[in-house]
Design a protein around this ligand. Sequence first.
Ligand code: WT7
Length: 627
Amino acid sequence: MDSSPKPSLFVPDPETARGSRIPDYETLYAASVADPESFWGNLAKELHFTKAPRKILDWNPKTFEGRWLVGAEGNICDNALDRHVRDGFGNKVALIWAGDGGEEELFTYGRLLDQTVRFAHILKKLGVGKGDRVTIFLPPTPGQVIAMLACARLGAIHSVVFSGFSQAALRSRLEDFEPKVLVTADCAYRRGKRIPLLETARAARKGLTSVEATVVVPREGPPESLEPGERSLTDLQTEVRFAGPLPSVPVTCDDPLFVLYTSGTTGKPKGVVHVQLGYMLGTYATARTIFDLRDSDVYFCVADPGWITGHSYIVYGPLLNRATVLLSEGTPEYPDAGRHWSLIERHRVSVYYSTPTTIRLQMRFGDSWPAGRDLSPHRSLGSVGEPLNPEAWHWLHRVTGGKLPIMDTWWQTETGMIMVTPLPSTPEKPGSAGRPFPGVVADVVDSSGHTLPSGETGTVVIRTPWPSMFRTVFRDPERYRKYWTEIPGAFFSGDSARRDEDGFFFFLGRVDDVIKVAGHRLGTAEIESALITHPKVAEAAAIGKPDELRGEIIKVFVVLHPHAADTPPAHDEIRKHVRTELGGIAEPHEVDIVISLPKTRSGKIMRRVLKAREMGLPEGDLSTLED
Ligand code: WT7
């Protein structure tokens, strides 16, 4: 280990800073919050609308609805694809796909548009129009991106479900979303292993009447046999072969683009609703200025489009900026620990947007993997999902040449866009996510909403609306209201942080019952609900336990039914049960079978006590403990 003292401040190269899109953060920030409508309105002028906005923002402080670009008509797919083709960039590479098994495919903007139009024709043929819902259950492949863009083109609402979810998790999302069409694949590949996606989709949709058709995209090839209601993409493509153009459907400021399910504090994931036009403005502006995207860039974000990071910073944000996007299907350690470094070298990646867990994993694999590679095109680095610890920051900085800015970007599914982040022109403090993006009013407050002085830890709120803010929680407006009433009038993020004397944010973790495992967001209640469906489990509690690699791991405590006491289930059986119920990312790492759980007198499980015990910390105030 390198024990030399680490600098606590990184000052970017003045040349890079001057040449970036926000060369003077302080001045721009002050202007942006003094007059947010001008700031965002000017950025909106860079996008194409069939009808210009009448008003930039209409904020309703009673319903907490932020309507951005009121009166405008336009379409995000038109802006992400057609606009660039019209501008003469049809031959520029839009998407480089790197498959799990080493396959590679290139799509120019022209070809991506053509494929999107064809897919839109297919969806239309299946009865999908403006406002209709489509669930996309696909591995990270070009088909996934195309399906999303095709929905957007039609003004339909997509809900992408991460392909690693189990059938039960997919089913609960289908039940809530009630899509007309489900798009899936014959299979997925992960670390060289074939995953039977179609079987999962079949089991998940059994008996659900909303799904009129299932489109099966060939990952390996067309499926051998189809069940009623299933259509092979290959056949459907033949049917629309000679269909002509299909212009994008203009939508207004209230029309949804997608619903993405994310974990909260209750057992049921919530459907976060984003609308097309505001989301377009927020993701366009942030991708443009934070990653400073240029025509010469190759941009690689390691997420899966099945999560918000992929929605905003693989698909929409970068394509709106006419970037060349590298989409990797695989994991950072397959076929070997050099996977990302070799992709970066081979495709001359200039912007690499990664995650702390990936960086720490690479760090563990060692310097030899990045060493000796030609990383000369590299211009900037990014991280998201959990706090980037200073050690990982320094390691990444060093192995990439010691000169590149690292954007530790803080945001959430609900915010849709990056909210707190360094910029290529601003100084960085390793361990800090920097300061708020222009136009964003982020604050650290106490429980009554008062701003805390620097150095004190509190909860993070956003005080004013931002363009890509979520509009509601699907079928659950009350849950949406809760975000704005916890601290009256401000958006409650559920995160804790402190600010230093320079206004830099240091994020510390969640204040609610949400766990972050390798950047994945999981609700303790969700895991507990899954555990108690096991026939031998009577009660369960889940906590996040700090872990050097993954940030947190899942530890569960279970109380067995009396009848099961003589034949306790193996720990492995319990872990597998959660895996089946929710998917691999929710599989507990540690299981303890206990006699009872600490509870309050009103019967609420005190996870805080379990966690303190687990970590050997003081248990705090136990006055409400039952016994
Ligand atoms: C939660 C949101 C937004 C993209 C991926 C996750 C944590 C995210 C950071 C960061 C510290 C971070 C927060 C947040 N988080 N980025 N840079 N530093 N924490 O989206 O699944 O909605 O999770 O991820 O706890 O609330 P998500």
